[in-house]
Design a protein around this ligand. Structure first.
Ligand code: 5GP
Ligand code: ZN
Length: 115
């Protein structure tokens, strides 16, 4: 499929991956609009919030909680969803933008394998 996020999930296209498991992949946005700007995606292709199954949606929300704890930004992050092209959704593969401008993140973050 000609979808950039499917290609990233399938390792056909490189990305700075922060976390992945069987269902989800979390990677840095190529054009960050915050000190930390991650994209939280299901590996499987769903276009919008209206398409994504409840359990995968819950996995994504739970992952946002875990990342916020790992990075000690429980009280300082934004989770943004652009839903539909008219709203500004450019990539038609469901994703949350996870963003924070917490000062201690300016030194960068390591992924979960420590790289
Ligand atoms: P949307 O407007 O669809 O909610 O956001 C799509 C996001 O994907 C944008 O913030 C954009 O910078 C990011 N993006 C687009 N192409 C790529 C890419 O090839 N790699 C990565 N890592 N991010 C991308
Ligand atoms: Zn896709």
């Amino acid at each position: 499929m000609n979808c950039i996020f499917c290609q990233i999930a399938g390792k056909e296209k490189p990305a700075k991956i922060y976390f992945e498991d069987d269902n989800l992949i979390v990677f840095s946005d190529i054009l960050p609009r915050a000190t930390l700007h991650l994209l939280l995606c299901p590996k499987k292709h769903y276009a919008t919030l209206l398409d994504i199954p409840d359990d995968i949606l819950m996995n994504l929300m739970e992952r946002a909680r875990i990342i916020s704890r790992e990075l000690k930004i429980e009280d300082n992050f934004r989770l943004v969803l652009n839903n539909g092209a008219k709203s500004g959704q450019i990539i038609e593969h469901f994703h949350f933008h996870f963003m924070s401008n917490a000062p201690h993140l300016s030194a960068g973050i390591k992924n979960q394998s420590g790289r």
